[in-house]
Design a protein around this ligand. Sequence first.
Ligand code: ADP
Ligand code: ZN
Length: 215
Amino acid sequence: MKLILLGAPGAGKGTVAKLLTAVDGSVQISTGDILRGAVQAGTELGKKADAFMKAGDLVPDDLIMGIMEQRLQEPDCANGFLLDGFPRTIPQAEALKELLDRIGVKLDMAVNLDVPREVILDRLTTRRTCSNPECQAIYNVKSNPPKVEGVCDKCGSPVIQREDETEEAISKRLETYNEKTAPLAAYYEKEGLLMNVNATSSDVVVQTIKDKLGI
Ligand code: ADP
Ligand code: ZN
C-alpha cells in the first residue's frame, strides 16, 4: 500500500504505520525518525535540523525534500510505503506530487487520523522514546511502559523523554500543526485521496484502512 498518514503530533501515525508494515511489508518512512537519527549521528543534515527540532519548529522544506527524493527511490519502497510525518506543509505536498508523478508512483490515499486535543496532550506528555537511533521504539508511562523502567524492551537502551516533548515545545508543535499541517486535509480532499478516521484506537484505524483497500 502507498499511504500518507496525516494527523497531529501524538495522533498515532507512528504506531499505525508500524502495525501496517506487518500487513503487507510496506515500509514505514518517518521523517522525524530520519531527522533524529541524523542529529544523533552528527551528520550535515542533523546539524542543520537540530535547532528547528528542539524548538518544535518545522525543518525547512528543501532539506525534507532532499531526504524524501532519495528515500522514495530506494528499492524497498517498490512494495509500498507509509509516509509518517511527511508531507507537513502545502509546499511539501505539492513537491511530493511532482516527485511521485516524475517517478511514476501512485498513492492509494491520505489517511487523516482524528484524535481529540485532550487525548493528544495526554499522550505527548506521557510518551517516552528509545534513545537508540536504530530502534526508536515508543512507550507510554501510563498505558505502555517498558517492562523494566527506563529500559527499552527491544534493545536494552535507555528510554527517554524527547527534547521536543517538554510542555513548551509540545504547545509550539501543536500550534505549528494547526497552522501549517492541518490544511493538508483539504488539499488531499481536493485531490480525491482523503479518508478521515477517528483514531482513538490504532487497531480500529488499521482495520478501517484494510477494509477501504480491500485487503
Ligand atoms: P511528531 O509527529 O510527534 O511531531 P515527528 O517525529 O514526526 O514528531 O517530528 C519531530 C520533529 O521533526 C518535528 O517537530 C519537526 O521539527 C521535524 N520534522 C519531521 N518531519 C518533518 C517534515 N515533514 N517537515 C518539517 N519538519 C519535520
Ligand atoms: Zn530500543
